[in-house]
Design a protein. Structure first.
Length: 245
């Protein structure tokens, strides 16, 4: 009995020490945030849309405490299972996409998450007639549980951002920096973003102003990567007449 009690005491003391160390970290973070708030009376408003791999409770708590608006998928798969059980008694699913539906709860307190969140369960109808589920969470001022279409579209807007990042790497090779100094790297990044936007503007402009030709390339139907490949291997000039200016 004494040996068992001693082991329990040692385990409890280890847990207590771990909690005390965590408290020190959190107190240091709190003081840092308070100093930042005092120095920045008008902080920048930022919206985060986080992939499921980063939707941990620690990351969620940190971003909330920093005052940011947060859209994320929850990393813990057990939350999905718990929400599925909660949804069994509620059949009011809302269609938010071609094969997607959502159901939501406002101010839901999740285990191990220090702040209540607006939480949603989404399900996708796959081709093999099975359902795929995932859990969404939101923290901010928007009543997203009252407009699930908006919530679904806003979070999935991150796919456009991901596509843009992938485009800078695969089309414009921004991941292969050709310079070393900080100003030159900044210039390369700026020119890459300019090129991506310029191509889209030029595509519309050419479609509106070019004369139809028999062998003319269907630029408006070509992907950005294909446009860059063609332009890089083609000698051509675009001349704007005084009439078109």
């Amino acid at each position: 009995m004494v040996a068992t009690a001693q082991k329990r005491l040692e385990k409890t003391l280890r847990l207590l020490q771990a909690h005390l160390e965590q408290e020190k970290v959190l107190q240091t973070r709190l003081q840092h945030f308070e100093q930042e708030n005092a120095a920045k009376p008008n902080p920048m408003e930022i919206r985060f849309r986080i992939d499921v791999g980063f939707g941990t409770y620690d990351n969620i708590a940190l971003l909330i405490e920093m005052g940011y608006e947060l859209y994320t998928k929850l990393h813990n798969h057990k939350v999905v299972q718990a929400l599925q059980k909660m949804a069994q008694s509620n059949i009011s699913w809302t269609r938010v996409g071609k094969n997607a539906e959502m159901i939501a709860w406002s101010a839901l307190q999740l285990d191990r998450c220090p702040y209540p969140l607006q939480v949603a369960l989404e399900r996708f109808h796959t081709g093999d007639k099975k359902l795929k589920h995932s859990a969404l969470a939101y923290f901010g001022n928007a009543p997203v549980t009252e407009d699930l279409l908006f919530w679904f579209a806003t979070y999935n807007g991150r796919q456009t951002i991901d596509a843009g990042i992938k485009e800078t790497k695969q089309v414009f090779y921004l991941h292969r920096l050709k310079v070393r100094s900080e100003p030159a790297i900044f210039l390369q990044e700026a020119m890459t973003i300019f090129a991506a936007n310029f191509i889209r503007w030029a595509t519309v402009w050419i479609a509106q102003h070019s004369k139809p030709e028999q062998d003319q390339l269907p630029i408006e139907k070509m992907a950005i990567k294909r446009q860059v490949q063609v332009a890089a291997h083609t000698s051509a000039s675009i001349i704007q007449t005084a009439e078109g200016m």
